[in-house]
Design a binder for this molecule. Sequence first.
Ligand code: SF4
Length: 288
Amino acid sequence: MIPRYVEPLFRPPAEAGSLIFQVAYGCPHNRCRFCGMYKGVPYRPRPEAELFAEIAAAGERYPGTRRIFLADGDVMALGFDRLKPILEALNAAFPHLARVNSYANGSSIAQYDDSELAALKSLRLQTLYLGLETGMQTLLDRVGKTEQITQMVESVRRTQTAGMRASVMVLLGLGGREFSHEHAVRTAETLNRMQPRLLSALRFVPVLGEPFEGFRLLSEAGVVAELLVLVESLELEHTVFRANHTSNPLPLEARFPADKAWLTAELRHVLTSGMLDETGPGFLPAEL
Ligand code: SF4
């Protein structure tokens, strides 16, 4: 079987139809207290000879491939000198290649200058999935994600100026009951500065326990109420919004700005319908 995978392997829902190559194993950061994705996986870039042989073999077996996803976490951390030859190999092996997508952190994107981002774009790097999680810097610090919000905003804007798309993920409920409102408002403010082309709202699930001391999990209704505050505060000019991850109480998809009024009305309707758990978290997936 080509490619060969080392579990666990994660990809965003939108990459279900993509051919996946693991260019590194694990996440170079791996200290976020809300994320169990790569815990127990030591970070290591894949040996280049092995990776390039796999790309060439996969090219012969699946020559019609148009979409590729590079795994695991924060592929942009590899740096320009390592990532460029990988993209060149993919372009050589797959003549119909349309786009290559990957996860990225703001601090990793920041190490590329504008000409390097443009060069990666010309090699069909297309969508970078970036976890903002929250627009509250104090909350981000508390949950162990050592990213700076101002740098994430800058990285998203530079990515999109280079012609790529940023797909930004936020984590509903990450602030618990104490910070729910501030988390929603600050996150919306940050997204308004970023203007990402794609936005996904996921829901915090405590697979690793409390993300900070004194954390109190939101009820299912509380999560939807938080989403309503977020949506009401968004001023996005050209964004596709999705909340269709398995962790979300409601599967939603909308386009900003056209669907904002519809989306807020829908969320208000659901909140008053009595269908949500007002005290407990409702259904939570066992793992993410
Ligand atoms: S949230 Fe992203 S940066 Fe943090 S540990 Fe998980 S994969 Fe790594």
